[in-house]
Design a protein around this ligand. Structure first.
Ligand code: PLP
Length: 382
C-alpha cells in the first residue's frame, strides 16, 4: 500500500473500520490467535473446543439444561440447520417476518419442503404478538414458531420475550435467529423458553467468521434424531459425535476456533453481555445523535432501535451521491453498508465489532467532511 492509497483511519492491523452488519472488525489479539496450526486430534485443540462450547451455553445461562453444537460455515448454515433439525418432516413452522432474514427462513423451508405459514409485518414494525396469539389459537398444526431477535435488515429489535411467553402458553416450541444480537442483547434461558437459538462466531462475539452454533435445550435436541434432511447440517449427529469423542465430524475450522476462544476471553473480560451490549449502546447513541445533528433521519424511532446497526434514510439532496459517499468514507477509513430495505431508499451504519466511541466519532467527522466537500449545508429528507 502506498501512502496516498492508504486509508486515513485504520484499525491496528491497518484495515478500515467496518461499520457493517458483518464480517466485522476484530481485535488484533483475535487475529493473532490464529497464527497456529493444530491437528483436529490435538489435545490442546480438543480442550479449547470443549471450553468454547461451555462458554456459549453460559452466555444464555443454560448450564445444566442447554447444550451447544458448533457448525462449519456462515450464520445461514446454522439457521438452516436449526430449521432442518427442529422442525420435523410432518411439522409446521410459523415464521414471524419483518425483514430479509425472516424471508430467508421461508426460503429454507421451500428447499426442505417443510410446511410453513408466514406472519409478516413491515420492516419498520416489530413482529405482532397479538396476531401471533390469534394465529396459534386458530391453528393447532403449528408446532414451532421462529423469530429473528434483531432483524439486521433494518436494525429493529423484536419482542422475543413476549413472543416466547405466547408460544409457551400455547404449548408450542420457539426457535430464535439471534445472529446479530447474541452476546450483546440479553437472552436468558431461565427466563425465555426456547428450543434452539443460533448465532455465529463473527457478529457480537467478535471472532473470525467461519462458524455458526446452536444453543439448544438438551431435551429438545434429543428429540431431533433423524430429522435433518442434510448430512453436513445434522446438528443432532454433530452433537452425538462431539459427545462420543470430543471431535467435530468433519474438518473443523481450527483457526476460526482459535480466534473464537480468544474472542470469548475478551468478551468475558469486557463484562459479558452487559459490557459488550453497553459499549454497543454507547456507539449507537453517539452515532444516532451525531448523524441526526447533521440532518440525517433514522428509519426507526429510538425505542425500536437495537444497538447493532442503524438504518438512515437516503438524503434527497441532488448533490448527495451514495457511491461517492461510500467511496469517500472508505478512503477515510470507514466502511458502511448499503440499505436492504424494500420500504425506503436507505443506507446502514453498524456499531458492532471491535469499535468504540473514538471510531464512531471518527466516522462522524468523516461524514461531516464529505458533506462539506459535496457542498451540502443541510441534509434534505423530503
Ligand atoms: C448475519 C445474519 C445472518 C447470517 O448471515 P451469514 O451471512 O450467513 O453469516 C442470519 N440472520 C441474521 C439476523 C443476521 O444478521
Amino acid at each position: 500500500m502506498t501512502e496516498d492509497t492508504k486509508n486515513a483511519a485504520s484499525s491496528p492491523s491497518g484495515d478500515p473500520w467496518l461499520l457493517t452488519p458483518g464480517p466485522l472488525t476484530t481485535s488484533l489479539s483475535v487475529k493473532q490467535a490464529m497464527l497456529h496450526d493444530y491437528g483436529s486430534r490435538d489435545a490442546t485443540f480438543i480442550e479449547l473446543n470443549a471450553r468454547i462450547l461451555e462458554r456459549l451455553v453460559a452466555i444464555v445461562n443454560g448450564a445444566g439444561s442447554h447444550v451447544s453444537v458448533p457448525l462449519q460455515g456462515s450464520g445461514t448454515f446454522a439457521v438452516e440447520a436449526m430449521i432442518g433439525n427442529f422442525v420435523p418432516a410432518d411439522g409446521k413452522l410459523l415464521i414471524l417476518i419483518n425483514g430479509a432474514y425472516g424471508k430467508r427462513i421461508a426460503k429454507i423451508c421451500d428447499y426442505y419442503r417443510r410446511s410453513y405459514q408466514v406472519q409478516e409485518s413491515p420492516e419498520d414494525v416489530p413482529v405482532d404478538t397479538v396476531e401471533l396469539d390469534a394465529t396459534l389459537d386458530a391453528d393447532a398444526e403449528i408446532g414451532h414458531v421462529v423469530v429473528v431477535h434483531c432483524e439486521t435488515t433494518s436494525g429493529i429489535l423484536n419482542p422475543v420475550a413476549e413472543v416466547a411467553q405466547i408460544v409457551a402458553r400455547h404449548g408450542r416450541r420457539l426457535l430464535i435467529d439471534s445472529m446479530s444480537a447474541f452476546g450483546a442483547l440479553p437472552l436468558d434461558a431461565r427466563e425465555i423458553e426456547f428450543d434452539a437459538v443460533v448465532a455465529s462466531s463473527n457478529k457480537c462475539l467478535e471472532g473470525a467468521p467461519g462458524m455458526g452454533f446452536c444453543v439448544a435445550r438438551q431435551s429438545a435436541l434429543e428429540q431431533t434424531e433423524g430429522n435433518s434432511p442434510s448430512l453436513v447440517l445434522d446438528l443432532y449427529d454433530q452433537w452425538r459425535a462431539l459427545q462420543k469423542n470430543r471431535q467435530w465430524r468433519f474438518t473443523p475450522p481450527t483457526h476460526v476456533l482459535l480466534a473464537f476462544d480468544q474472542a470469548l476471553s475478551e468478551f468475558e473480560e469486557e463484562g459479558g453481555v452487559a459490557g459488550r451490549g453497553g459499549r454497543y449502546r454507547e456507539n449507537c447513541d453517539l452515532l444516532v445523535a451525531g448523524m441526526r445533528n447533521m440532518g440525517f433521519k433514522t428509519l426507526l424511532p429510538d425505542e425500536l432501535q437495537a444497538p447493532i446497526i442503524i438504518t438512515f434514510h437516503m438524503p434527497t439532496n441532488p448533490e448527495f451521491d451514495f457511491d461517492a459517499f461510500y467511496d469517500g468514507l472508505k478512503q477515510l477509513g470507514y466502511v458502511i453498508y448499503p440499505g436492504k430495505l424494500t420500504v425506503a431508499d436507505s443506507f446502514r451504519m453498524g456499531c458492532i465489532g471491535r469499535l468504540g466511541t473514538g471510531q464512531i466519532q471518527g466516522a462522524l467527522d468523516a461524514v461531516a467532511g464529505l458533506l462539506q466537500q459535496f457542498g451540502i449545508d443541510k441534509i434534505s429528507n423530503e
